[in-house]
Write a protein of this length. Structure first.
Length: 157
């Protein structure tokens, strides 16, 4: 539930869309991934376009989704193999998603990640997220020989 840019997650933690975490972390571990995931979704819920998509899709299922996203990012960033989902088929089902939504997702993810982690680590995580967004864009909208839009790449790549 969100009120005045305040989101409560399934653990009762409060995340404000306009607040950064109180410190920047120097390492990736399950705790910092929890902070990243919950900070990101606390912010995305107030996004003009994506917030509506997430709210419609996840109404009543936020705890399940947040737990799944923590597992996903742990598998990606910690390489622990705990995530067993299939992101491409899940995203192909999202008929309301348009090509520019992946760039919008990154426009939220990048600053949230930079607020959670020190710059060097944030940049590494953002490059990984961009590769994921590029892959999902290609699977969803790409045709033979197409390239993902430029806004799915950072200037630091």
């Amino acid at each position: 539930m969100q009120t005045d840019n305040i989101s409560r997650d399934w653990d009762g933690d409060v995340f404000r869309a306009d607040d950064a975490p109180s410190r920047q972390y120097t390492e990736v571990d399950p705790e910092t991934i929890h902070i990243l995931v919950h900070s990101f979704y606390g912010t995305i819920r107030s996004h003009a376009r994506l917030g509506k998509i997430f709210e419609t899709r996840l109404d009543g299922r936020w705890p399940e989704h947040l737990a799944k996203m923590e597992t996903f990012w742990q598998s990606v960033l910690l390489k622990n193999g705990t995530y067993k989902g299939k992101p491409v088929p899940a995203h192909l089902k999202l008929k309301e998603v348009v090509s520019s939504d992946y760039a919008q997702w990154l426009s939220v993810f990048r600053p949230v990640t930079r607020s959670v982690f020190i710059p060097e680590l944030a940049d590494e995580i953002i490059i990984i997220a961009e590769r994921i967004a590029q892959s999902l864009w290609l699977a969803t909208f790409g045709i033979a020989g197409s390239e993902p839009p430029a806004d799915l790449f950072s200037n630091k790549a």
